[in-house]
Design a binder for this molecule. Structure first.
Ligand SMILES: *Cc1c(COP(=O)(O)O)cnc(C)c1O
Length: 362
């Protein structure tokens, strides 16, 4: 069963459940007796219809989405959404509120500015190197939407709860924490997530859109850049990334049938976070970089006493079967990404290694 797989702490593309990969492997040459791989089947076939519809239905059940919400699959990763969102929702003279919590938020803001659309950056945590989530923000009542990044993959911070926005719909980049916890969908008009962190392979983005948001889409956009095109064609206006959608379907099945839903997933993730942060809080050698009330349960960023020790730590961890612990190149340090598919066993193994490393080098 182990297939010599390492404990994978990569930030993205990242670990997927081994059972999902085994099912993909098993079906690779002959999907359900069709004599074909999923990548060789027509996207107009009954077989593929069943795959995409099951992926959508499972997503709806997991997040308890009511019928107002549509689940779409769009190519171009999460980054494509940075430009599509203002194109679709800031027609006319509309304006949006953005919260800047680091790299990905900053990129989302830049893509609005390129288009010359109006936004207000209503809060930023740049003053402290993005180590916290801003509080007590006042939002504009007439904003078309409020954009925020629910989990900051690079800075290691996460919104523990979502702010009150005067009923202005929240548009959230959930690339690195989608499906990690249940959501109160009343606040959200739009959610997007590049698949490669928590739900599948890179290249496709899951989009969840509330129907009324579709009425904001201007007519004069190119078809491929309009949410209404994807919504009216069940994400199959053109050929969708079929294999990626198939893998997302299997991950949703794993979440429902093996994990038992998002409350259970959340409890597992909290325990993992407590194990790792709890250990670091008891040590003077490892220092978590995010402020305690803003800590991410998905990307745990931390520093050691020196850069030399960090390098040694990352190298030795790799030799001990613990991979992907290097911080993002823009911030340095260390980062353990502990997404859904990286289990408590991996976190326990990491903490054991950290204790040993501290003993020898502290
Ligand atoms: C990885 C990531 C992105 C970029 O995703 P791509 O699919 O590479 O475009 C955007 N936002 C967040 C929060 C991410 O973690």
């Amino acid at each position: 069963m182990s297939h010599n797989r390492i404990h994978n702490f990569n930030a993205g593309p990242a670990a997927l459940p081994t059972s999902v990969l085994e099912e993909v492997q098993e079906s690779l040459l002959n999907f359900k007796g069709s004599g074909m791989s999923v990548t060789e089947i027509s996207h107009r076939s009954k077989q593929f219809d069943d795959i995409i519809n099951d992926a959508v239905e499972r997503t709806k059940r997991l997040l308890k989405l009511d019928d107002r919400f549509k689940v779409l699959f769009i190519q171009g990763g999460a980054s494509m959404q940075f430009c599509m969102i203002p194109m679709n929702f800031l027609g006319g003279n509309k304006s949006a509120d953005y919260v800047d919590t680091g790299t990905w938020s900053t990129k989302a803001i830049k893509e609005v500015e390129i288009q010359g659309k109006k936004i207000n950056v209503v809060a930023s945590s740049k003053d402290k190197n993005y180590s916290y989530i801003p509080k007590g923000i006042s939002f504009n009542k007439d904003a078309a939407y409020v954009h925020l990044t629910s989990n900051n993959t690079i800075k290691g911070t996460q919104w523990a709860s979502f702010p009150d926005t005067n009923n202005v719909p929240i548009v959230s980049d959930m690339s690195s924490d989608i499906m990690s916890r249940p959501l109160d969908m009343d606040k959200f008009g739009f959610i997007y997530a590049g698949a490669q962190k928590n739900i599948g392979p890179s290249g496709l983005c899951m989009v969840i859109i509330r129907e009324d948001m579709l009425s904001m889409v201007p007519d004069d956009l190119p078809s491929m850049l309009k949410y209404s095109t994807y919504s009216s064609k069940n994400s199959m206006y053109n050929t969708p990334p079929c294999f990626g959608v198939y893998m997302v379907q299997l991950v949703m099945k794993w979440l429902e049938e093996t994990i038992g839903g998002l409350e259970k997933m959340d409890a597992i993730n909290r325990k993992k976070g407590e194990t790792l942060y709890g250990f670091m809080d008891s040590s003077d050698f490892y220092n978590a970089t995010a402020e305690p009330d803003s800590r991410s349960l998905m990307n745990v960023t931390f520093r050691l006493p020196s850069e030399d020790l960090e390098k040694k730590f990352i190298d030795e961890a790799q030799k001990n079967g613990l991979g992907g612990l290097k911080g993002h190149r823009s911030v340095g340090g260390c980062r353990a990404s502990i997404y859904n598919a990286t289990g408590q066993d991996a976190v326990d193994a990491l903490v054991d290694f950290m204790k040993e490393f501290e003993k020898k080098n502290g």
